[in-house]
Design a protein around this ligand. Sequence first.
Ligand code: NAG
Length: 187
Amino acid sequence: MRRLLVPVFLLLLALSMCESSVLQDMCKSVAAGHPSISYSDCIKTFQADSASATVADERGLAAIATKIAEKAANATSARIAALRATEKDARRRDRLGVCAEVYSDAVEQLGEAADDIARGGDEATQDAVTQLSAALDAPGTCEDAFGEADDASPLAPEDDEFTKLATIALAVAASLSPPPSTATIRN
Ligand SMILES: *[C@@H]1O[C@H](CO)[C@@H](O)[C@H](O)[C@H]1NC(C)=O
């Protein structure tokens, strides 16, 4: 038994050194609060940015998550532009136009959220949470444009992915906010 435990212990130690414990704790809390986000989804999301390995605190994690979501919003904006450029059906082009607008707004909102997070302090953190909540609306609005027309959305995978990334960024930023006794309680 002892012969087995030592290598297992060393393996666990090695794994824990690869991921910062501030990241592990945050992903545990994000997964616990959001049934749609698993712990491993959360860890994998942060691993997309090498800064996650050495991040020192929660504010740093919020900055990283916001940047990852912004990158995805940028990529989705580019994909929408490409789809629009080749779409022959005018009504479908209009639906893509709705998506282009909300993702362009999301890019701006995420940029402002990143600035707010960098500024720090309770008020700026609340502003970041507001911007991130607004950005999180983009994929639903985009999907609705297609859903209401009974048209299959060509952006379903991007919308799902962005929903996940923005949910993580919002959850991390919200965890920096003052406790509910002093903050406005939402939903
Ligand atoms: C997203 O695009 C904007 C301008 O279109 C750029 O300023 C920003 O750096 C990009 N963000 C990321 C994270 O790539």
